[in-house]
Write a new protein. Structure first.
Length: 144
């Protein structure tokens, strides 16, 4: 009978130890998953550069089209621009204060944006806007 009790105790000890080891490895895996998610989140954060224009009332539509095309060409000239979207305001709220064009540029870092801002092609684009732009609003933010 003593041998059976000792065997039961040994089996219980093995079971407890194996559960402990499995639990530890699960904890390690969960920690690794959390670390991987944090690393992925950091890699997926992007800097959005939002630019909104209000053109002068007397701006020639052909000049506005030229400006639209020039802005859309910047991603092919400035490799730091990782994404580019734009569109015309169509909000029914009437809160746009005359801003009609919205452009969203995406950068991987503030350093990339710092290269873009003084870039000669960006500066040349600004020259196109000179006589037709009444107002510009710029907002930058990090995605999460």
């Amino acid at each position: 009978m003593n041998k059976i009790n000792n065997l039961k105790v040994s089996l219980m000890s093995c079971l407890i130890l194996s559960n402990f080891i499995i639990g530890c490895s699960s904890s390690v895996q969960i920690q690794s998953d959390s670390e991987a998610k944090a690393e992925t989140t950091m890699k997926t954060k992007q800097l959005r550069h939002v630019v909104m224009f209000k053109f002068k009332d007397d701006a020639d539509p052909a000049d506005i089209t030229k400006a639209e095309e020039a802005f859309a060409a910047l991603p092919s000239k400035i490799p730091q621009i990782k994404g580019f979207e734009w569109g015309l305001n169509n909000s029914p709220e009437g809160l746009n204060k005359g801003l009609t064009h919205c452009y969203i540029l995406t950068f991987d870092s503030e350093e990339d944006r710092a290269i873009y801002l003084p870039h000669p092609d960006h500066k040349a684009f600004g020259g196109i806007l000179g006589g037709i732009l009444e107002e510009v609003v710029v907002v930058d933010f990090w995605t999460s």
